[in-house]
Structure formats: structure tokens, C-alpha cells
Design a protein around this ligand. Structure first.
Ligand SMILES: [Zn+2]
Length: 117
């Protein structure tokens, strides 16, 4: 992840889609308010939510529900934000050493059949 703003973008995206955050110990952290305001910026409640997690010291130990990377990995290690070829969601991808298509842990279990022909 290039920087904190990318990380926040990734978190916001998935919270907006209804996922929660999970701590290393399995504690679930939910956010039920609007993530974005009417202009598409982060809402104030969302900014406060992130700020509170940062202040608690908990933030970097959290994961997006279903993903395998703690935020500390994403911000410190060499990850980029790319898009999954299947679900087209932003996913963290190691910059170096990629030996195949990026692993996506966030693909929906049930992909809605939207193919029209
Ligand atoms: Zn995917």
C-alpha cells in the first residue's frame, strides 16, 4: 500500500459494502453509519471512527473481515492496491514476488449471476 490514504480507501470501500473489521483476537468492530458523504468524501463519522481506532493503538492490528492482511502489513510492507480480476474489488497485492494472479480473499462467496445474453 503506497500510503495511509490508499489504506483508508481500501477500508472505506469494504465497510461501505457491509464488511466489518476484525482484530487479531477475533473481536469484531462494526461501523453502521454512512462511510461517504453526499459529495463522495469520507463522512465525518467515518473519519472519527478511523481516528478513534488510531488513537486506541488497535488500528494496525486490524483486518478487513475476510482478508488475510493486517493493516500494519499493508502500510509497512510492499503492497499495492490492485483490482481483483474476478470480483473487481480493490485488493492488496504484494509488489514483489508475484508468481501468479493476485490472490483475492474477498471475492463474494456467491457471485450473483449478472450475465445477460
Ligand atoms: Zn476477488
Amino acid at each position: 500500500m503506497a500510503n495511509f490514504y490508499d489504506l483508508k480507501h481500501y477500508i472505506a470501500h469494504y465497510i461501505n459494502k457491509g464488511r466489518c473489521l476484525v482484530s487479531e483476537k477475533g473481536k469484531i468492530i462494526t461501523f453502521s453509519e454512512r462511510v461517504y458523504d453526499r459529495r463522495g468524501n469520507y463522512s465525518e463519522p467515518f473519519n472519527h471512527f478511523i481516528d478513534r481506532l488510531l488513537e486506541s493503538g488497535e488500528f494496525f492490528h486490524l483486518f478487513v473481515e475476510g482478508d488475510h492482511y493486517a493493516f500494519a502489513d499493508l502500510i509497512h510492507a510492499e503492497y499495492d492496491l490492485e483490482y481483483c480480476v474476478q470480483c473487481r474489488e480493490p485488493i492488496p497485492v504484494p509488489v514483489a514476488g508475484a508468481l501468479g494472479p493476485p490472490a483475492c480473499y474477498l471475492c463474494p462467496d456467491i457471485v450473483p449471476a449478472q450475465k445477460t445474453s
